[in-house]
Write a protein that binds this ligand. Structure first.
Ligand code: FES
Length: 62
């Protein structure tokens, strides 16, 4: 497990929360958003959030 840092200021979501959602079976960014609410405020974090999601999906889901 790597370092935990905040991705989304508006919803206070960390990279770890995104990774946990993926591990729990969220295989689309929409599902990650439904679970964590990441990137549902100003939207400014969406590129970073999607990158974390894609990396986690590649790592934890085939
Ligand atoms: S920082 Fe994530 S929605 Fe605003």
């Amino acid at each position: 497990m790597g370092e935990t840092y905040q991705i989304c200021e508006c919803r206070r979501v960390t990279n770890t929360q995104i990774e946990e959602a993926v591990k729990g079976g969220a295989d689309t960014f929409d599902k990650v958003q439904a679970i964590t609410h990441v990137s549902t405020g100003c939207g400014g974090c969406v590129m970073d959030a999607i990158k974390v999601f894609k990396d986690a999906r590649a790592k934890y889901l085939v």
